[in-house]
Design a protein. Structure first.
Length: 254
């Protein structure tokens, strides 16, 4: 009996060691991926600004676009490794969630102008609806930006090909002075019914261009802030709504 117990302990130690080595390898590999990506992006940007021929511009654009995909993949792998190793730390500061989202929208609208080329006849509109100017939250702003950009990116990626007007609306509301609720709604294709039950798990995707890690990371970030996150297809059959909550900061001042 005692010998069996020792064998079990040894087996558990081997599993832990294997898991640690695996995570360390993934961590190193992801870091190594990041090293050559940055110069590819930088030099692609330099070339794009010096090219006038449309065909050449499109070829450089393909390089830049895929380098950005590889960059996102490397960042996602690093985040998942940190999550599973319990080392994804948050740097929380008191912020105004209304202003934070407003700034995200301003920056994203600049990106949307570039995205129009992908959707040809489609027009993308980003709407923001809130009746309040100040809702304080204790958050890691960079991580909340990451969550929202992930949702917005999915909405544009899964827009209907024949949709001439993709609308993404963001609504922010404070509930009972205790939490803020953020709804991000689009009128795209919606969430595949096979993916929906496992949307926030790793590798849940049918996309050819996604890793299926973004929503897993986003949900972890929100829950690490003491909030909740969920998603559903819209009742009218057009698009989906992603929702997350965050606790309102009770700290006085500012």
């Amino acid at each position: 009996m005692e010998e069996s117990h020792k064998q079990l302990e040894l087996a558990n130690e081997e599993v832990k060691l294997h898991s640690k080595m695996q995570n360390e390898f993934i961590n190193v590999a992801a870091h190594e991926l990041r090293t050559p990506i940055q110069p590819i992006l930088s030099l692609s940007d330099v070339l794009m600004h010096g090219i006038t021929e449309p065909k050449e511009y499109e070829l450089i654009n393909i390089i830049a676009r895929n380098a950005k995909r590889l960059q996102r993949l490397a960042e996602n792998i690093l985040d998942v490794t940190k999550i599973e190793g319990g080392t994804l730390n948050l740097t929380k500061e008191r912020s105004n969630i209304v202003e934070l989202i407003s700034n995200i929208i301003k920056d994203y609208n600049t990106e949307l102008a570039k995205e129009q080329q992908k959707y040809k006849d489609n027009r993308i509109r980003l709407l923001y609806n809130t009746t309040q100017k100040f809702i304080p939250v204790e958050v890691d702003s960079n991580r909340i930006v990451q969550v929202i950009l992930n949702i917005l990116g999915n909405a544009t990626k899964f827009a209907k090909k024949n949709l001439h007007d993709l609308v993404i609306s963001i609504a922010v509301q404070k509930i009972d002075n205790a939490e803020v609720i953020v709804n991000i709604k689009d009128n795209g294709t919606g969430i595949d019914l096979q993916i929906l039950p496992k949307l926030f798990t790793k590798f849940a995707t049918k996309s050819q261009t996604g890793s299926g890690l973004g929503m897993f990371i986003a949900k972890y970030i929100i829950e690490a802030h003491g909030g909740k996150m969920w998603a559903k297809n819209n009742p009218d059959g057009n698009g989906a709504t992603f929702t997350f909550t965050l606790p309102v900061s009770l700290q006085q001042g500012g």
